[in-house]
Design a protein around this ligand. Structure first.
Ligand SMILES: [Zn+2]
Length: 187
């Protein structure tokens, strides 16, 4: 069985007490269609079960629960995330920033899932200067500062145009903030 991060989010939401599609949708922040598809998959995998009941308007509604197997899977996943967090901290304490970057490339969304399952929180990531590990945020390649929607950003082609020495590993998907761009040496 191949579990995607979204499957774990939905399973976690049900385990955390999300009993209706609406609850699960709110906790997981996924589309309704996506939630329904995943709930069906989790039922087929016997990790959750649905009980038919009546909603507040008397309509037929399904209420979800995790099975023992489902609860167990969430517990194991939380243990796995805790171990992964220790690995990340180890990289940081050892100053292995390149290894950490590589590890995070291979394990996308790992920190997002740690936040979802409350293994870590945003203030803790901030204190450790690790907010850049959250996938989906747009950050300066060099200093990892958050590049907001309206922030000045500079790309590989900007560096080439001005004949600047690009930071090692900068790709066309990355951007630099104005400060880092200004600090680049001329070739
Ligand atoms: Zn920067």
């Amino acid at each position: 069985m191949n579990f995607q991060v979204d499957d774990m989010k939905v399973l976690g939401a049900v385990e955390g007490g999300g009993r209706t599609i609406k609850n699960v949708k709110e906790t997981s922040k996924l589309d309704k269609d996506e939630v329904e598809k995943i709930l069906e998959f989790l039922m087929k995998s016997q990790l959750i079960e649905a009980v038919e009941g009546k909603g507040i308007w008397g309509q037929t509604q399904y209420y979800f629960n995790t099975t023992d197997e489902g609860s167990q899977k969430v517990k194991e996943y939380i243990e796995y995330l805790k171990d992964e967090w220790k690995k990340i901290i180890q990289f940081v304490t050892d100053g292995q920033r390149d290894e950490l970057d590589e590890y995070m490339k291979e394990n996308k969304f790992l920190v997002n899932m740690m936040l979802f399952f409350k293994i870590v929180n945003l203030p803790a990531l901030g204190r450790l200067n690790l907010r850049f590990l959250i996938e989906g945020k747009h950050l300066c390649y060099k200093c990892k500062k958050d590049l907001g929607r309206f922030a000045l950003k500079f790309s590989v082609s900007d560096c080439r145009k001005r004949g600047l020495k690009m930071p090692k590993g900068l790709t066309t998907h990355d951007d630099l903030c104005a400060d880092c761009f200004d600090g680049l040496a001329v070739r």
